[in-house]
Design a protein around this ligand. Sequence first.
Ligand code: CO8
Length: 264
Amino acid sequence: MGFVNYEVNGAVATITINRPQALNALNSAVLDELNAVLDGIDLSAIRAVILTGAGDKSFVAGADIGEMSTLSKAEGEAFGKKGNDVFRKIETLPIPVIAAVNGFALGGGNEIAMSCDFRICADTAIFGQPEVGLGITPGFGGTQRLARLIGPGMAKQIIYTARNIKADEALRIGLVNQVVPLEELLPTAEKLAASIARNAPIAVRACKKAINEGLELGMDEAVALEAKIFGSCFETYDQREGMANFLRKKDDPKKVKVVDFKNA
Ligand code: CO8
């Protein structure tokens, strides 16, 4: 595919938005390809995904302003829905997705990063929602996810002022989890992904579901959902073997081994 690269290394897949001549801006073709790549992930083998941008300047510099400039109201709404559908697919992918933000994450770029499970970024990264300066609202989930992620007061300030945010501030306000030098970004993301992939996939997926779906509920319903998901882990190979391994280690430390979880 032309605009989106997909690479697999063991149980970790890396998706790279590859349109560096436009700072990886998202036009319809990029969104269509990304959608197809997400549909093609082999969920029986892949346990974590890294999402990044090509080049060392930009993660994603937003939705394509040229493509949007002449849209009608109906076309604007349809374009917003197209992006939202793809980003929701990322958010609800059964396995974790880590955004490795390697530069500009503006508008749709910040929005796609926020649809990932969490974000790490290069010290050169710049975040922002510049839409009001272009006469539009954030339309790929920004008004919703930024407020949920960093709180409505800070989200409103960032969105209304359209100001850019550097990596250190992004870390301070909880938009990203970690800042590293640019050259260490992908190795750090790969290490994180590998450490996730080593754990029981059944349990990791269940945690993602419990956190994402629980956040939509009141606390009584949320803890009931947690109990149900917790219960669903029992009688699985991964639960039986994970716990048996702990008990064997306790019995005899020489019996320490890495559990070969099977997602079963
Ligand atoms: N769309 C289209 N092309 C872009 C975009 C973009 N968002 N960003 C950069 N490019 C292109 C430039 O036009 C330029 O192309 P060319 O070489 O052909 O002139 C190339 O990328 C390189 O960009 P610059 O020369 O501008 O590079 P600089 O280093 O000077 O500046 C910036 C980098 C600061 C990132 C600058 O490019 C910029 O401000 N880009 C726009 C950022 C922006 O405003 N993004 C938000 C867009 S709106 C959005 O994302 C809304 C999402 C919701 C949509 C809802 C739909 C209804």
